[in-house]
Design a protein around this ligand. Structure first.
Ligand SMILES: C[S@@+](CC[C@H](N)C(=O)[O-])C[C@H]1O[C@@H](n2cnc3c(N)ncnc32)[C@H](O)[C@@H]1O
Ligand SMILES: [Zn+2]
Length: 268
């Protein structure tokens, strides 16, 4: 089976999770053709993902940035975060919203071996193409989180890591009692990079955190803070994995980087 056929097979197995993002009708998968009852057609790409968006991505994130994120994540920068998230997740069908190049979801699913089912959505085609290149076996979708191609009450867990949120849509997508896990930066996240960029201050996440609490029933909050020793050959990728540094060069070499994050866990 090639990647396109395999993606069609994965989609057939999870067909009940999906809906047409245009008319909200049910989707059917015939061979490698995906269509809804109103004949809207969606493309399963040769590279192994489904495009529900059909327009150029409006985000600034490009292929090079996602490749760099992939290298950094594979080298272990977020391993302690993945460990914490895996401890919080005890259910099977996981949707990563704003999944980028997919490594967070892929690493977390490894903890579940055969049991977990993963779906990733991102509006960036470059992000989803990178995810499909490195992480087969997960359903990767290009779509807008504000108008997602998923049926209501479908996912046990929604992950939303360092990405924008849409709580109305999150409430629609989660099963009753489903978990919504949002990861947001704290004051010292990537401080060693921001120190080198003039005019870049500490992150303040109070508004994001307060908004989450207003929108959802809070279950718990965890903070995770550590310094990661940057392996040789990874510092360039680290510099390029965020739009903060675009067009700017490092003034000093980086040997360590601070990860400082809040994990907010809520339910519908
Ligand atoms: C900082 S990146 C984080 C990506 C990934 N979660 C990670 O931590 O590596 C933010 C992501 O949100 C995605 N994004 C922004 N607006 C979106 C939207 N309306 N729908 C879906 N994804 C969106 C971007 O394309 C980008 O991949
Ligand atoms: Zn339709």
């Amino acid at each position: 089976m090639n990647k396109k056929e395999w993606t069609a097979q994965l989609l057939r197995d999870s067909q009940s999770l999906f809906r047409c993002p245009i008319c909200h009708g049910n989707l059917t998968v015939n061979g490698t053709v995906v269509r809804c009852s109103s004949q809207h057609l969606f493309d399963i790409a040769k590279k192994g993902y489904i495009n529900f968006y059909g327009k150029p991505s409006p985000t600034d994130y490009d292929r090079e940035l996602f490749e760099s994120r992939y290298q950094v994540i594979q080298n272990g920068m977020y391993d302690p975060l993945h460990q914490k998230l895996a401890e919080l997740i005890d259910r099977e069908i996981i949707l990563d919203i704003g999944c980028g190049e997919g490594s967070h979801l892929a690493n977390i699913l490894q903890h579940y071996q055969q049991q977990g089912r993963g779906v990733g959505i991102d509006i960036s085609k470059d992000g989803i193409q990178t995810a499909a290149k490195y992480h087969p076996g997960i359903l990767w979708t290009v779509a807008d989180l504000a108008n997602s191609p998923f049926q209501a009450n479908s996912f046990d867990v929604l992950l939303n890591i360092l990405s924008p949120a849409n709580y109305q849509e999150f409430r629609r997508l989660a099963v009753p009692g489903g978990l919504i896990i949002k990861v947001i930066p704290r004051a010292y996240y990537l401080i060693e990079i921001r120190e080198q960029l003039q005019g870049n201050r500490q992150y303040v996440n109070d508004d994001t955190s307060a908004h989450f609490r207003k929108q959802l029933q809070m279950v718990k909050q965890k903070t995770i803070q550590y310094k990661w020793d940057i392996p040789s050959g990874t510092a360039e990728h680290l510099w390029r994995m965020t739009p903060l540094t675009w067009g700017k060069s490092k003034a000093r070499p980086l040997s360590q980087i601070t990860v400082d994050l809040d994990i907010l866990v809520g339910k519908v």
